[in-house]
Structures are given as C-alpha cells and as structure tokens.
Design a protein around this ligand. Structure first.
Ligand code: CO8
Length: 257
C-alpha cells in the first residue's frame, strides 16, 4: 500500500503513522483522512501490532482541516455526504493510539489528537480550536472532547476566542499526558507505545473500552449534534468570508447578523 499524505511504518509491535503534507503544515484533507483510516484499518487487522503512534512534523502535528478544500462547501453537500462522518472512525479503533504532538495542533489537527487515547506533547506544541476566526465551529468532536477534558470555563475561553494554549498549559489542564523536550518526543512516545504493545492485548483493549465507557452515551449525541451544526455553518456567508479571507491572506470582515 502506498500513501501520498502519510508515512506508514512498523517498529516491532508498534504501527507508526507520520502525517506528511509539509507544504500545508499537514492540513487534513479528504485524502489524508481516508489514507489514515486505511493505515489504521491495516494495523487493526494485523495481529503483530499492539499499539499505534500518530505523529506529524517538528513544525506541525496538523494545522487544521484543509481550509482550501472546505472553503467552497455548502450545507446540502456537507449534510448529504455526512462530511466529517469518516473522521470519527479514528476514535472507534479498538487498539490504543497515542498522538505524539510537536508544533501546531490546530482545529481538525487538535481534534484528531483528541480522538487518540492520549497525547504526549513536545515542549514546542501549541493546541487550539481557532475555527471561530474562520467563521465556523469545530465539527470533529473537538467541542465535546475539549470541554470534557478541561471543563466549561477553559473550553469557553478557548473556543469563543480561538486562542491557543502551549504544551505546559495543556498538561496542567489535562489535555496532554506529559510534556517532553521536542528532540526527545518520538523516542519517548515510541518507548511508551512499545511498553503498551508488550502488555496483554486483551487487557489493553479491555482497558481502552472501559475508559471510553466513562464518556459514552451523551457523547455520541453531542458528536452527532456538533457535526450537524458544523455542516450547517456552510450555509452562512461568514464561512465563505472567513475561509476566503484566509486563502486571500487578508483579515476577515464578518457580518453582524
Ligand atoms: N488548511 C489549508 N492550508 C493550510 C492550513 C489549513 N488549515 N494551515 C496552513 N496552511 C498552508 C498555508 O496556506 C500555507 O500555504 P501557502 O504557502 O500555499 O500559502 C502553508 O500551509 C504554510 O502556512 P503559513 O505560511 O500560514 O505558516 P505560518 O508558520 O506563517 O503560520 C499557522 C502557521 C499559524 C498554523 C497558520 O498556517 C494558520 O493559522 N493556519 C490555519 C490554522 C487554522 O485556522 N486551522 C483551523 C482550520 S478549520 C478546521 O480545522 C475545521 C475543523 C472542522 C472539523 C474537522 C474536519 C476536517
């Protein structure tokens, strides 16, 4: 299997996926999410794999969903195609997935990291959901997952302003499991993945299922609702203005309605 947007390797019992669209700071387009799902399908089926590690570059884990791909979307299309529906498959995996994050983890990139079981962050990492600045909202579970992790006050602070947090703030508020020096990120995350892969597969997968049970139920409803709202935002002029302004490299002028 060859991939255009990923590097996929196996290191012992660990499957390693490196997001690889350097020209767009690993912005996640349809091809990348489809390829990621294919790679994860392969690791899920492979009995030799006990844990998966997802990482990006030193500059960016992923700077969001691909704004250039989304800029012209409209509400009926996003709804009919269930746009973002395929993203949630990352969170449905049964084998553990660690996100090793350096640099920007913004928008859909942060949402992807939040779908993993835990995040190990480089001291260079920055996390944020800046969608409001583009005239849209997160749609791949970021609102639900961030709010559950950090609580309402900090989630509102971040979501309504679109501000980012650094790795240390992210560790203090429970977004990341730990922070390591940037040049040790991959080694530390790989060490952690190898340790997990060396445990009982059954026990590890049962543990993952049990921890996930804590949030299930109303989370599913929340995710569905969030996705519908995200699709609906493509009916607004502000989405066209926000994304168009990003691409034109100018400041967005949002309407007051
Ligand atoms: N989409 C498309 N292209 C991008 C993206 C993106 N999200 N982010 C960066 N790029 C591109 C830039 O356009 C630029 O391309 P070009 O050289 O052709 O102009 C290239 O990557 C390098 O970027 P910059 O020159 O901007 O690099 P800087 O180091 O100056 O800045 C930043 C880095 C601060 C990360 C800046 O690129 C930025 O602000 N990016 C956008 C961040 C953002 O708004 N992310 C949220 C996107 S919306 C979203 O994720 C919606 C999620 C919905 C649910 C998920 C489903 C997909």
């Amino acid at each position: 299997m060859t991939y255009q947007t990923l590097l996929v390797e196996q290191a012992g019992a660990v499957g390693l996926v490196t997001l690889n669209r350097p020209e767009a700071l690993n912005a996640i387009n349809t091809q990348l999410i489809d390829e990621l799902n294919q790679a994860l399908d392969g690791f899920e089926r492979d009995p030799a794999i006990g844990c998966v590690l997802v990482t990006g570059s030193a500059k960016a884990f992923a700077a969001g969903a691909d704004v250039k791909e989304m800029a012209t979307l409209c509400f009926p299309g996003t709804y009919l195609d269930d746009f973002l529906g395929r993203w949630d498959r990352v969170a449905q995996r049964r084998k553990p997935i660690i996100a090793a994050v350096a640099g920007h983890a913004l928008g859909g990139g942060f949402e992807l990291a939040l779908m993993c079981d835990f995040i190990i962050a480089a001291d260079s990492a920055r996390f944020g959901l800046p969608e409001v600045k583009l005239g849209v909202i997160p749609g791949a579970g970021g609102v639900q997952r961030l709010t559950r992790l950090v609580g309402r006050a900090k989630a509102m602070d971040m979501l309504l302003s679109g501000r980012s947090m650094d790795a240390f703030e992210a560790e203090r508020c429970g977004v990341v499991a730990r922070v390591v020096p940037a040049d040790e990120l991959l080694e530390e995350a790989m060490d952690s993945a190898q340790r997990i892969a060396a445990q009982s597969r059954t026990a590890v997968m049962m543990l993952k299922e049990c921890v996930n049970r804590v949030d299930e139920g109303s989370l599913a409803e929340g995710l569905r609702f969030e996705r519908r709202m995200f699709q609906a935002v493509f009916a607004t002029p502000d989405q066209k203005e926000g994304m168009g302004a990003f691409i034109d490299k100018r400041k967005a002028e949002f309407g007051k309605a």
